[in-house]
Design a protein around this ligand. Structure first.
Ligand SMILES: NC(=O)NCCC(=O)O
Ligand SMILES: [Zn+2]
Ligand SMILES: [Zn+2]
Length: 483
């Protein structure tokens, strides 16, 4: 059985050209003119692009006394509906829990996935057990380790733990990720705000000013540099953090920054909304920022100082958000976005001229595939690549509404916004999973994507570090001790 995507414009991270794409056995087998197949998908007037890869999701994650509401069923349906064909979710051991134990939990949950997926492993505490299990985790194809510099008293790790874990990542050819916010300062500011009676959702934003993010980003960059390892900074929301990444990259450090579609398109005026639910639904860390920070993030995507657009999809229902009535620190942190990332980025990025279609592909798919060392199996339209494809119709439009979304929650932070640029078809390893908004995906179709460590950047960096490592100077004729 073969499928041909016919008559579209193929757009990759570096090229745009007319061509048909033939798929067999879940892979792209041929690209050319006038191809034939058993099934034909009409892509005329559309862009044929690598399916989106969302490198940052939290599906059915235990967090702040509850579980995020989208699981691998609804979450990956939402992904596919919006043109995302792979998600990378965070396996999150609770402090004291083994990494392999947590991995087993995530393996069990992910059997419901409709699209392919991989995991990052979180390092939420440090011990000999964690040190040892990191090797086994890498051997199982998980080569990225996330560290929370915030959430003091829960997931946060301190600088000595960061340094130890980063050095272990360097040895294993793995990449550390950081949630960069100064958790000590956030805890102090939160307590101060609460003591002053400032307990509404807007206080969440006051407790996490851009400085806490800029400071932690810079600290993580320097610690990674000393450990001799690349660094990936998740949910970069502000100029302070972007500036630290930009400066590091200009100095030759291997650092990637990931803004979220929410931070690019929604701003902090949301927290001033008089409706408590409206504001609380938008509580996430880092919080939404002002327009100047948004401009910085857009500029970073165009300039290449920021690399990937993610969602940090961590959706909680309104009832769950209400755990924090009277105390903003108890509002579960997180927002949704999986279904909306590509259409929002196309509408507000490509249609406005802030990004080219090629840059769109780079920041939604190809760059992260390269960082994760799964390119060109993922993130590419090439013979041999997995047929994870979005056929994007630049003229299809809709108004975003919670009523028609795949996500299990009862609202959408982009509610009422018009998006133009929607999938006509979405294919997951060759399976047509979405046709003009109608779902035909299959629970359990998604497969785990194992990754290999020591990608090109890790290799280059370790060669450089080895070359420039401290070396003892061998001397002859050393004078006698002066004592
Ligand atoms: N971002 C957020 O508020 N929630 C999800 C967990 C995290 O990434 O910090
Ligand atoms: Zn985070
Ligand atoms: Zn996250």
């Amino acid at each position: 059985m073969s499928t041909v995507i016919k008559g579209g414009t193929i757009v990759t991270a570096d090229l745009s050209y007319e061509g048909d794409v033939r798929i067999e056995g879940g892979r792209i087998v041929e690209i050319g003119a006038n191809l034939t197949g058993d099934e034909v998908l009409d892509a005329s007037g559309c862009y044929v692009m690598p399916g989106g890869i969302d490198p940052h999701t939290h599906l059915e994650m235990p967090f702040m006394g509850t579980y995020s509401a989208d699981d691998f069923d609804s979450g990956t349906r939402a992904a596919l509906a919006g043109g995302t064909t792979m998600v990378v979710d965070f396996a999150l051991p609770s402090p004291g829990q083994g990494l392999l134990d947590a991995l087993q939990m995530w393996d069990n949950k992910s059997t419901r996935a409709h699209c392919d997926y991989s995991f990052h492993m979180a390092v939420t505490w440090w011990s000999e057990q964690v040190f040892n299990e990191m090797k086994e985790v890498v051997d199982r194809g998980i080569t990225t380790f996330k560290h929370f510099m915030a959430y003091k008293g829960a997931l946060m790790v301190n600088d000595d733990e960061l340094f130890a874990s980063f050095q272990r990542c360097a040895e294993l050819g793995a990449i550390p990720l950081v949630h960069a916010e100064n958790g000590d300062v956030v805890a102090e500011l939160s307590a101060k705000l609460l003591a002053a009676g400032n307990n509404g959702p807007e206080a969440h934003a006051y407790s996490r000013p851009p400085q806490v993010e800029g400071e932690a980003t810079n600290r993580a960059i320097m610690i990674a540099d000393m450990a001799g390892v690349p660094l990936y900074v998740v949910h970069v929301s502000c100029e302070e953090s972007h500036e630290a990444i930009r400066r590091a990259r200009q100095a030759g450090k291997r650092v990637w920054g990931e803004p979220l579609i929410q931070h690019l398109t929604l701003d902090d005026s949301e927290y001033a909304n008089p409706d408590w639910d409206h504001a609380a639904r938008r509580v996430m860390s880092p919080p939404f920022r002002n327009k100047a920070h948004q401009d910085s993030l857009w500029a970073g995507l165009a300039a290449g100082s920021l690399s990937c657009v993610a969602t940090d999809h961590c959706a909680f229902t309104t009832d769950q958000k209400r755990y924090g009535v009277g105390d903003f620190t108890k509002i579960p942190n997180g927002t949704g976005g999986l279904e909306d990332r590509l259409p929002m980025l196309w509408t507000q990025g490509v249609a406005t001229g802030r990004l080219t279609p090629q840059e769109f592909v780079a920041v939604t798919s190809t760059n992260i595939a390269k960082i994760l060392n799964i390119y060109p199996r993922k993130g590419a339209i090439l013979a041999g690549a997995d047929a994870d494809i979005v056929v994007l119709d630049p003229n299809r439009e809709k108004v975003i509404s919670a009523k028609t979304q795949q996500s299990a929650i009862d609202y959408n932070v982009f509610e009422g916004m018009t998006v133009k640029g929607l999938p006509r078809f979405v294919l997951s390893r060759g399976k047509v999973s979405v046709t003009e908004g109608a779902m035909s995906s299959e629970e359990g179709h998604g497969q785990f994507v194992a990754r290999t460590p020591a990608g090109p950047v890790n290799k280059a960096l370790s060669s450089w570090k080895e070359l420039t490592a401290p070396r003892k100077v061998e001397r002859t004729g050393i004078p006698a001790s002066g004592v």
